[in-house]
Design a protein around this ligand. Structure first.
Ligand SMILES: [Zn+2]
Length: 242
């Protein structure tokens, strides 16, 4: 089996990193990016969502989720005080509602139809679309531009890092702000993979460190402006569309 070049930096010196019954991870020593290979087909990935069930979603602690969303929204507003807001992978729509309450015209996209149904029912003043970010960006073709984009625990699901980052950049106006979170495989407190809740192949295909994430975003015109200190093995960054 040939292993592809690193999606982030293009190095061909990619080496085996971890393998078990769930799949095999490879790591690029040049930029620290780790990825699942082979990556499951789109059909298999779609099946993973269906396997979770199309039944009604229930979001416990909705008030607390909304309160946390308001806190994150105020951080994002330091870089993007007003305008149009997009949550790429919006789940139950908590950030979308927090953005609307903060004065934004807010849109949420999410591939899980049951989550979108819940969001529409509970936060009806917003617009919600059943789609992946990549599908949404492809359909928009530049007609949907945003001033603030939030993308939390989504990029690790993407099969193609460049396609995902390009889709993010394509819906952001020059100067627009991005708040992105994803697990940190290089974090000093990350448990062994077998016991790490973020190690989830084949749902999680891409495993970043702050360094590899910064490099990927930069390649697509997104300059990291701030990175929060994290006690837990996760990355929180704010970036600007240059
Ligand atoms: Zn690399």
């Amino acid at each position: 089996m040939t292993v592809p070049a690193c999606q982030v930096c293009g190095s061909t010196a990619v080496a085996p990193y971890h393998a078990d019954a769930q799949g095999a991870l490879y790591r690029c020593p040049a930029c620290t990016f780790v990825f699942l290979h082979p990556i499951p087909s789109a059909e298999v990935q779609a099946g993973l969502y269906e396997a979770e069930g199309i039944g009604a979603r229930y979001f416990p602690k909705a008030e607390r989720k909304l309160a946390r969303a308001r806190g994150r929204m105020s951080k994002l507003q330091r870089l993007a005080p007003r305008g149009r807001f997009l949550d790429a992978g919006c789940n139950g729509g908590f950030m979308v509602e927090a953005a609307r309450q903060a004065g934004f015209e807010a849109v949420g996209v999410e591939p899980d139809p049951a989550s979108i149904a819940w969001a529409k029912e509970h936060f009806p003043a917003n617009r919600f679309v059943v789609a992946t970010l990549e599908q949404f960006a492809d359909t928009a073709r530049g007609a949907e531009m945003f001033d603030a984009v939030y993308c939390s625990e989504v990029i690790e699901h993407a099969p193609d890092a460049n396609r995902f980052a390009a889709a993010l950049a394509s819906v952001m106006r020059p100067g627009a702000a991005l708040y992105l979170t994803t697990p940190d495989i290089g974090h000093w407190r990350r448990p062994p993979l077998a016991r790490w809740d973020a190690y989830k192949p084949p749902e999680h295909c891409l495993y970043f460190t702050p360094r590899s994430l910064t490099r990927l975003l930069r390649k697509h015109g997104l300059a990291v402006a701030e990175r929060a200190f994290a006690w837990k093995p996760g990355i929180k960054v704010m970036a600007r569309r240059v």
